[in-house]
Ligand binder design. Structure first.
Ligand code: FAD
Length: 538
């Protein structure tokens, strides 16, 4: 038995002109850029500020420094992306960055200034100072400003605690079937447990990344790739999912699993040490730059040590610096670690690399359009062509602003050409019962994240990927059976989506017979002369 829509249509209460799934930088930017005569609904699966946006630390990249040029920013982006970026897209995004920053200032984001001008920092891979920031909590300030502005707009409804389950498409209703048109989503209301139909003549997916497919990820708990999985199930192409960015140093602590230890700790002298041998091992991997080698080099070195010695983690040690120096430079990290029983002024910090950013996703065009009529997407859930095989630091928030606006602009100009929402069946809740086997969900959830970590992590082999693929096949049957028989819960929705995105990651990784950017496989260590996206067609 499958859960499927029954009869009737959305009530006026859940019918909007434009439905946006996601209240992060991409979703709220789109909401604010839509004409204010349109009724806009924004759904979030938990609290409105629970996405990655609020967690962004560093800042947003834009050409603002005298002497810097768009060409430089484009070149840095393409070098990071290992030549897989779409040059036209990179130019479009980079060119629109200064205006996006200006709009954020108008919304009240208090970017750091120096001498009356914006203060710009420099990050790895950038040839110039071009990162605007709000101390080390840029994302929080951006999220706050966008939410404040959206809440003040009478045409925007913000609905937290609605977990989208699937897209409402023409396919559910043969009578109204129109080439996979999308007219909204079915979403579970956490407070009532009921699945409601939310309609929109246009729908924008802005659901963020899929980092939580991995045991260690710096992303928030909700980053389970829901939008990517929903779009794929509905028939949209997905691309480049093999390019998962890993941050080299995340705290190893099974209670926390997502606490980032900033690169600055290595910048201030922190040493990476193998806890089994006591060796400062970076000398073997990058004798010149040691701990300050690029992120992917350091992440791969740590991964190699962990795999070779069967370790759970390596040590990051800054205890040779004076305690006052460590406390002054890293007050937040020091406080957090002290709370977990680690005194970083006297002992090493256990660290592992952690998934950090999802470069691939739903294929979109320059207007944020997906393959499905009526469905747009923006932000980390997409593959726009900007990042290629590796994201340049601080380009990701920028992508959210540019594509949030692009989608809104296109919808504003073309909404009238989209078919009106036909009667669509609401979710059929009569046939499903509550499960008394929640343990199945917990067990599968942990298992996926572990095998993705072990088999589909930083260094891959065909054999490991195939192992992961066969686990996924087994678990999909089990979860499909479970999904068909029991009432959907947020955990079950996320588990189903995690399996879907795990499958997409593995399929993309198996399809790429080379190593490029973030995808490194021992079976194909070389980079091919011609760069091509991995595109999966449903
Ligand atoms: C620790 C950390 C630091 C970072 N630092 C930077 C940085 O300095 N600069 C930079 O450019 N980038 C940075 N990034 C990346 C950047 O934060 C993200 O790429 C960006 O914020 C993604 O925004 P988004 O709008 O696409 O998604 P998010 O901000 O993740 O928002 C996703 C939204 O979708 C909703 N959602 C998801 N699934 C569902 C569902 N099923 N139903 C309903 N709603 C759903 C969520 O509730 C949420 O509202 C960082 C990321 C992390 C994790």
């Amino acid at each position: 038995m499958t859960q499927s829509p029954a009869a009737d249509t959305a009530s006026a209460d859940t019918a909007a002109d434009v439905l946006i799934v996601g209240s992060g930088a991409a979703g709220l930017t789109a909401a604010l850029a839509l004409p204010d005569h349109l009724r806009v609904t924004v759904l979030a699966k938990g609290a409105l500020d629970e996405g990655s946006t609020a967690w962004a630390q560093g800042g947003i990249a834009a050409v603002l420094e005298p002497g810097d040029t768009f060409e430089h920013h484009v070149r840095d982006t393409v070098i990071a992306g290992a030549g897989l970026n779409d040059p036209a897209v990179v130019e479009q995004v980079v060119g629109r960055a200064p205006a996006a920053i200006e709009r954020l200032r108008e919304l009240g984001v208090p970017f750091a200034e120096e001498g009356g001008a914006l203060h710009l920092t420099r990050e790895g891979g950038h040839s110039h100072r071009r990162i605007v920031h709000v101390a080390d909590a840029t994302g929080w300030a951006v999220q706050e400003a966008l939410l404040r502005a959206a809440a003040a707009r009478p045409n925007i409804r913000l609905l937290p605690d609605r977990v989208a389950v699937d897209l409402a498409t023409g396919r559910h209703e043969e009578r109204y079937s129109g080439a996979g048109n999308v007219w909204g989503v079915y979403a579970a209301d956490r407070r009532t447990g009921r699945v409601e139909l939310h309609t929109g003549r246009a729908t924008i997916l802005a659901t963020g990344g899929a980092g939580r497919a991995y045991l260690f990820s710096t992303a928030p708990a909700g980053a389970t790739g829901d939008g990517i999985a929903m779009a794929w199930r509905a028939g949209a192409r997905v691309s480049n999912m093999e390019f998962m960015q890993f941050h080299p140093t995340c705290l190893y602590d099974l209670r926390v699993k997502n606490f980032l230890i900033t690169e600055a700790v290595r910048g201030e002298g922190g040493r990476l040490v193998n806890p089994a041998t006591g060796e400062r091992f970076m000398a073997r991997y990058d004798p010149e730059r040691l701990e300050l080698a690029p992120r992917d080099v350091v992440a791969r070195a740590i991964d190699a040590e962990i795999k070779r010695h069967g370790l759970d983690y390596v040590h990051l040690d800054i205890s040779h610096q004076p305690p006052d120096f460590v406390r002054a430079h890293f007050p937040n990290i020091h406080e957090k670690l002290t709370g977990l029983g680690i005194d970083m002024t006297r002992e090493p910090i256990p660290v592992v690399p952690a998934q950090h950013y999802t470069c691939g996703g739903i294929v979109i065009d320059a207007d944020g359009r997906t393959d499905l009529p009526g469905l747009y997407a923006a932000g980390e859930c997409t593959q726009s062509g900007l990042h290629g095989a590796n994201r340049l630091a601080s380009n990701s928030l920028l992508e959210c602003f540019v594509y949030g606006e692009a989608a809104a602009d296109h919808i504003g100009r073309h909404l009238d050409t989209l078919p009106p929402v036909p009667p669509i069946r609401p979710w059929d809740e009569s046939r499903v019962t509550h499960s008394d086997e929640e343990v199945v969900i917990k067990q599968n959830w942990t298992e996926i994240r572990r095998f993705m970590w072990n088999y589909v992590g930083i260094v891959r082999t065909t054999k490991r990927l195939q192992r992961a693929a066969s686990r996924i096949r087994l678990m999909r049957d089990e979860v499909a059976d479970y999904y068909g028989h029991f009432r959907v819960t947020p955990d079950l929705i996320e588990l189903r989506n995690l399996l879907e995105v795990a499958d997409l990651i593995v399929r993309c990784a198996l399809a790429r017979h080379e190593s490029r950017g973030l995808h490194y496989t021992l079976d194909y260590p070389d980079t091919l002369a011609t760069a091509a996206d991995t595109v999966l067609v449903p």
